[in-house]
Design a protein around this ligand. Structure first.
Ligand SMILES: C[S@@+](CC[C@H](N)C(=O)[O-])C[C@H]1O[C@@H](n2cnc3c(N)ncnc32)[C@H](O)[C@@H]1O
Length: 268
């Protein structure tokens, strides 16, 4: 498969129709009006990564996000982190994602929580960003990179759109290579669309792209625990079979086949 075919498959993996209505229905908020939905009630549905909103907080801590920062949410899903950053830090956020359904849902959820003035969304790829060079203080990529085969292009684009001294923050689940992983996983049903590069190769790729101070904050820290309370139902955004997909991921993290990473890198 070439890269365009892979992107089509990845977008299809995350494509799901009518998501806003389904999320509001699950929440018992079908009649919600613009600006009336508290941000936090969306967390079980809009944080599409292990560790839930705690991972989002950990990323923000590692990146030392400052108030009013201009942020690119690169692989924004349905906008969970974009809204969180806009709400907590007054960030101005550009968000981009391969999935047109996710982009539409993200924009609708922004309106429901009243943050649409701070966040703009586009459909597109992190390997070919439609932004001017030097546009952002922070490029944020949360659990996206496992779906991207061309890491060199992705890292080069993040470097280009960051201002000098800006921060690239990423969470990645790397394959250690100690033994094969079991599918399905949250980000891929089969190995065909999984590119969970080893931790060393991932860090090396960032250095080769020109980044300085490449640091894996998760290396000596325990992985964030799964969200407390009952696991979110098969969240509409992540599709079916999430119990098995999440269990495969958790088991592989537990025995070291998958290594959670939280990386910051500085644009020179
Ligand atoms: C597991 S979800 C994480 C979404 C979001 N970052 C979050 O943590 O809630 C992975 C997302 O990456 C997006 N994605 C994968 N490959 C991409 C690419 N090449 N360009 C843009 N988005 C991509 C998918 O469409 C999906 O929304």
């Amino acid at each position: 498969m070439d890269h365009a075919e892979i992107e089509n498959k990845v977008a299809a993996h995350y494509g799901a129709s009518d998501l806003t209505r389904r999320i509001l229905e699950e929440l018992g908020l079908s009649d919600a009006q613009p600006g009336s939905v508290p941000l936090e009630v969306l967390f079980p549905f809009d944080q599409l990564h292990h560790g839930g909103v705690r991972l989002t907080q950990s990323m923000a801590d590692a990146a030392q996000v400052h108030h009013g920062a201009s942020v690119l949410d690169a692989g924004s899903g349905i906008g969970g982190a974009s809204r969180w950053l806009a709400h907590h830090f007054g960030c101005v956020v550009e968000a981009i994602d391969l999935s047109a359904e996710f982009v539409k849902t993200a924009a609708e959820l922004d309106v429901l929580v009243g943050l649409e003035d701070r966040i703009s969304h586009r459909v597109g790829s992190v390997t070919n960003l439609p932004y001017e060079s030097g546009s952002f203080d922070l490029v944020w990529s949360q659990n996206v990179t496992m779906n991207v085969p061309d890491k060199a292009a992705m890292f080069a684009e993040a470097y280009r759109v960051l201002r000098p001294g800006g921060t690239y923050v990423l969470t990645h689940l790397g394959e250690s290579g100690s033994a094969p992983v079991d599918y399905p996983l949250p980000w891929a049903m089969t190995a065909e669309t999984s590119f969970a590069t080893s931790p060393d190769a991932f860090l090396q790729g960032l250095t080769e792209a020109g980044f300085a101070d490449v640091t894996d904050h998760a290396k000596n820290a325990p992985p964030p625990p799964p969200p407390s309370g009952p696991a979110p139902k098969d969240t509409p955004a992540m599709g079916s079979g999430m119990d098995e997909r999440r269990n495969n991921n958790t088991t592989a993290i537990g025995d070291g086949r998958i290594v959670p990473m939280l990386v910051t890198a500085i644009r020179k």
